[in-house]
Design a protein around this ligand. Structure first.
Ligand SMILES: NC(=O)c1ccc[n+]([C@@H]2O[C@H](COP(=O)([O-])OP(=O)(O)OC[C@H]3O[C@@H](n4cnc5c(N)ncnc54)[C@H](OP(=O)(O)O)[C@@H]3O)[C@@H](O)[C@H]2O)c1
Length: 283
């Protein structure tokens, strides 16, 4: 579908983006560039002055609002905060009938449904540099035509995930190009590791094609740009960081991938415990 008709397909909907960090800004910018009217986009963040300034510099100042107002108004909202911040979101303010698209790595649907209580789905996409460079990819679980239209309007190619763990495996895979730019990995080790993932997760066939497609384009980057690319794809305390730590400690690429998958589960366990404590307090 052409981008103009996509803009038309949700021209009456309000899109909200919660969080304007590395990922949030790389999703907001193409939406506006591809024709979403600014009065249809709401953006909130935690309150950092740097982030507010950045929003203004990007021409998104008029979209800024507080998170509770965003949640009460948006028809489709994209959660682009760190998973560790999910419990600070005013989820009870959600507009009835709205769709919540979580980009938070690791957080499973059952936990998200407990927190948001509405129509919730997960989305995972490649890092900001790839999105802003027009080479971004994404996957969703479960699939939803409204989300797919929004992702296409962001210029993202959407790959299918047929089960939730496949989306988690994708989360690990999208970190690989930026990691390879910054670490000297044995080619065979990488291929074996990815081959192992391909056997379990069909989405890796397309993901591997994408990795090979973008790697030559990135190989000409200077060392500062390589580091920046890694920083942009690394959420503090997240999956990329866990994979890099493993590789720097001398683990194989396969083990680094497993460490990335494990980190997602660790984050979830912590949030489940925090949620249980918060629910007990509320009783
Ligand atoms: N980076 C990537 O390549 C990538 C790719 C796919 C998925 N993800 C996922 O996307 C999420 C964000 O990652 P990131 O790297 O963009 O993180 P980040 O750069 O740390 O940005 C987090 C953003 O969340 C905002 N925030 C925190 N608490 C909030 C609240 N209560 N209400 C509204 N906004 C709030 C922060 O606001 P302030 O700026 O005011 O502090 C900040 O703008 C993570 O869950 C990550 O797993 C990231």
């Amino acid at each position: 579908m052409a981008i103009n008709s996509l803009a038309g397909s949700f021209s009456e909907s309000i899109i909200g983006i919660v969080g304007l960090g590395h990922l949030g800004h790389s999703l907001a910018v193409p939406l506006i560039k591809n024709g979403l009217r600014k009065d249809r986009l709401l953006i909130s963040h935690k309150g950092s002055e740097d982030t507010r300034r950045r929003a203004v510099e990007l021409g998104l100042g008029s979209c800024l609002t507080d998170t509770a107002s965003l949640m009460a108004s948006a028809d489709i909202m994209i959660i682009a905060t760190r998973p560790q911040d999910v419990l600070s979101l005013p989820s009870s303010a959600l507009k009835p009938g709205s769709l919540v698209i979580s980009c938070m790595a690791g957080l499973p649907l059952d936990l998200l449904k407990t927190i948001f209580r509405g129509d919730v789905m997960r989305m995972m996409c490649s890092g900001p540099d790839t999105i802003l460079g027009g080479r971004g990819i994404a996957t969703t679980f479960p699939a939803d035509p409204r989300a797919e239209a929004v992702l296409h309007m962001m210029g993202l190619r959407v790959f299918d995930s047929s089960f939730e763990e496949e989306l988690d495996s994708f989360t690990v895979g999208i970190c690989i190009p930026a990691i390879l730019l910054n670490i000297c990995a044995d080619e065979r080790d990488v291929r074996d590791a990815v081959g192992g993932m391909m056997e379990r997760y069909p989405v890796y066939k397309k993901l591997w094609g994408w990795i090979r497609e973008i790697s030559p384009a990135c190989s000409g980057l200077g060392s500062d740009d390589r580091r920046a690319s890694l920083e942009n794809v690394s959420t503090k305390g997240g999956i990329t960081q866990a994979m890099m730590d493993a590789l720097l400690e001398g683990d194989s690429f396969s083990l680094a991938i497993q460490r990335g998958m494990h980190r997602g589960r660790e984050i979830t366990d912590t949030i489940r415990k925090d949620l249980a404590v918060a629910s007990k307090r509320a009783v």
